[in-house]
Design a protein around this ligand. Structure first.
Ligand SMILES: Cc1cc2nc3c(=O)[nH]c(=O)nc-3n(C[C@H](O)[C@H](O)[C@H](O)COP(=O)(O)O)c2cc1C
Length: 178
């Protein structure tokens, strides 16, 4: 079926982007253009949700925004959609971009995800998506209103980083086995 095919990153793939403080993309490297299928001109000035895949639960991005808004680094796994409707998994690190001691925006580096982990992620994300049932979006978190996020995190029984601690431990174990 055309579209909805997986595009796989390799061990040497690094997909990089930066944004301003509002989340508008200011820089992308060649590899992000290559894997996403977007031209640099499509991406610069856009929000990263241009890359968003509908399989992604909103709560994951809410976790990301809460971390980076409070000045922390966020590490997690994202399924992204290409311009033509295919998808690629990334192991993403997103963090504040600091210049001369001042936050000027956000930056991200994306690497490949081990295939075994993708199966688990698909399953976990499907559960989260069903549980959040479209009742939640990242908008409030981006605006630093954490009330709805905290309530739903409690309800879905995932404390801030539980899922990622679990995923990370598993990912490390898998990588060690290789
Ligand atoms: C530096 C940075 C990198 C991001 N990278 C991605 C990404 O690769 N894929 C994605 O779907 N969202 C990414 N996001 C989050 C999006 O901005 C957005 O919050 C997310 O796609 C959910 O869409 P929504 O906010 O419209 O609900 C990134 C955000 C920042 C600040």
């Amino acid at each position: 079926m055309p579209g909805n095919q997986e595009i796989e990153l390799t061990e040497t793939s690094f997909l990089i982007s930066r944004t301003d403080l509002n989340g508008a993309i200011t820089y992308v490297n060649e590899e992000l253009c290559y894997f996403s299928g977007f031209e640099r001109t499509d991406l610069i000035g856009s929000n990263h949700n241009i890359l968003r895949h509908p399989d992604m639960p909103s709560i994951i991005f809410a976790q990301m925004w809460k971390s980076i808004k409070s000045g922390d680094k966020w590490h997690g796994y994202i399924k992204n959609k290409t311009k033509s409707g295919d998808f690629y998994w990334v192991d993403a690190e997103v963090s504040p971009h600091i210049k001369d001691g001042e936050r000027v925006g956000y930056k991200s580096v994306r690497k490949m995800v081990p295939p075994e982990l993708k199966i688990l992620l698909d399953r976990e994300y499907e559960k989260l998506r069903k549980d959040e049932d479209g009742r939640f979006n990242t908008w409030t978190v981006k605006n630093e209103n954490y009330e709805a996020f905290d309530a739903i995190s409690k309800e879905l029984d995932i404390s801030k980083n539980d899922l990622f601690v679990k995923m990370l431990a598993l990912a490390k174990k898998m990588l060690k086995k290789r």
